[in-house]
Write a protein that binds this ligand. Structure first.
Ligand code: PMP
Ligand code: GLU
Length: 397
């Protein structure tokens, strides 16, 4: 008789975003005319200077292991980038490079949490956080938000959720999936609560370069020395430099935590691919103009998708200020029949919209928001127009 796999692993659910993306890619490969707004990844090519650095690294035979938490060259490039972007001072000994920011978040949670420790996170949340907390043996404590509060938590809400078991909170700013951005004042109030109770903060700022309407970004760690000590800052190359497949993310933390995270990496992934680290060093230390060109394109797409979505009967959305996602509110459709199918939640809607409307969106059930579907507008204007034409037709029929 075979024994059961671990209880922890049996409770882990696959990533909805990656599942939708694979299904969409398979449908396309099968010749089906489907339009995709699933996984959030820039549709731009990695800029040429970065590609050249990766190619040169292979040609120069940089094909051996590097230190587990990244090369000194890359860590120096990251230190330079966060100084320029956020006026933050870190030493290279505080930098932990991993194979994607996703892995950095997972290692950060693992290093902070013992079994049974509580991790606070606002909903809607990025789908992977909940599963990562469970994988690390922690207990997710979800703070609900809605459109009325721009999907943001308050310091009071946070304080009320803190117990003796609270170890940390995860704050994703700008947020995936809501696109909302916290102001400096809002962050300061949250930071004060964290310092008062000694709560660590995993500040996932992977979308920090993607802000619109001339809004200024505040990095959580910039709110004071005590806050900085408690913060594990997460960022990376994927979103800002169109480098999702290179798999380079980083964490910045106090030296003790950085060392512990490095230890975890040394026993799990080893180190990120050497040529990818070379490319990322060029991304962070080299010219930054392509980043801004991509940001402007996203802003133009956001303006179009939001205006158009709000003109379509049955759905609505609020204006996101960052990242490249928009939350489509389905509340008017829930409990009604569409094309002969009862819509009970976003899963029902997204499934039908894909099969009948030929559009892939992400149902936010797994994001703690079962009345919303997420559209990623990191796709061409042409696709966005076509997707909305299809939505209009799908809801009108
Ligand atoms: N955090 C958030 C909120 C994300 O949306 C993503 C996107 N995958 C990541 C972290 C991880 O990015 P990556 O692993 O590609 O660096
Ligand atoms: N973070 C992106 C998303 O939410 C990419 C997919 C993933 O890593 O889950 O769509």
């Amino acid at each position: 008789m075979m024994k059961n796999p671990s209880r922890i692993a049996s409770n882990v659910v696959a990533s909805t975003t990656l599942a939708i993306d694979s299904l969409f890619k398979q449908m396309k490969a099968d010749g089906i005319n489907v339009v995709g707004f699933g996984a959030g990844e820039p549709d731009f090519n990695t800029p040429d200077n970065i590609k050249a650095a990766g190619i040169k690294a292979i040609e120069d035979n940089l094909t051996t292991y590097t230190p587990a938490s990244g090369t000194v060259e890359l860590k120096e490039a990251i230190v330079k980038r966060v100084k320029e972007d956020f006026d933050l001072d870190y030493k290279t000994s505080q930098v932990v490079v991993a194979s994607g920011a996703k892995h950095n978040v997972f290692v950060a949670i693992s290093v902070l949490c013992d079994h049974g420790d509580e991790v606070i996170l606002p909903a809607p949340y990025w789908v992977s956080y909940i599963e990562m907390i469970k994988m690390a043996g922690g207990v997710p404590v979800v703070l609900k938000t809605d459109e009325d509060t721009d999907f943001k938590i308050t310091a009071q809400q946070l304080e009320a959720a803190i117990t003796d078991k609270t170890k940390c909170m995860i704050l994703n700013n700008p947020s995936n999936p809501t696109g909302m951005v916290y102001s400096k004042e809002e962050l300061q109030a949250i930071a004060d609560v964290c310092v008062k109770h000694g709560i660590y903060v995993i500040a996932d700022e992977i979308y920090s370069c993607l802000l619109y309407d001339n809004i200024e970004f505040t990095s959580f760690a910039s709110l004071g020395d005590e806050v900085k000590e408690l913060t594990i800052l997460i960022n990376g190359a994927s979103k800002a430099y169109a480098m999702t497949g290179w798999r380079i993310g980083y964490a910045l933390a106090n030296e003790k935590l950085a060392k512990m995270m490095g230890n975890y990496l040394s026993h799990s992934t080893g180190a990120p691919a050497t040529f990818a680290q070379k490319g990322a060093a060029e991304a962070f230390a080299g010219p930054q103009d392509s980043r801004e060109i991509m940001r402007q394109a996203f802003e133009e797409r956001r303006n179009y998708i939001v205006e158009r979505m709000n003109s379509i009967e049955g759905v609505s959305c609020i204006m996101p200020q960052g990242a490249f996602y928009v939350m489509m509110n389905l509340k008017q459709l829930i409990g009604k029949e569409l094309h002969g199918v009862m819509i009970n939640d976003a899963d029902d809607f997204a499934d039908l919209f894909l099969k009948k409307g030929m559009v892939a969106t992400v149902p936010c059930t797994g994001f703690g928001a079962p009345e919303y579907c997420r559209w990623s507008y990191a796709t061409s204007m042409e696709n966005i127009k076509e997707g909305l034409n299809r939505l209009e037709k799908f809801l009108a029929e």
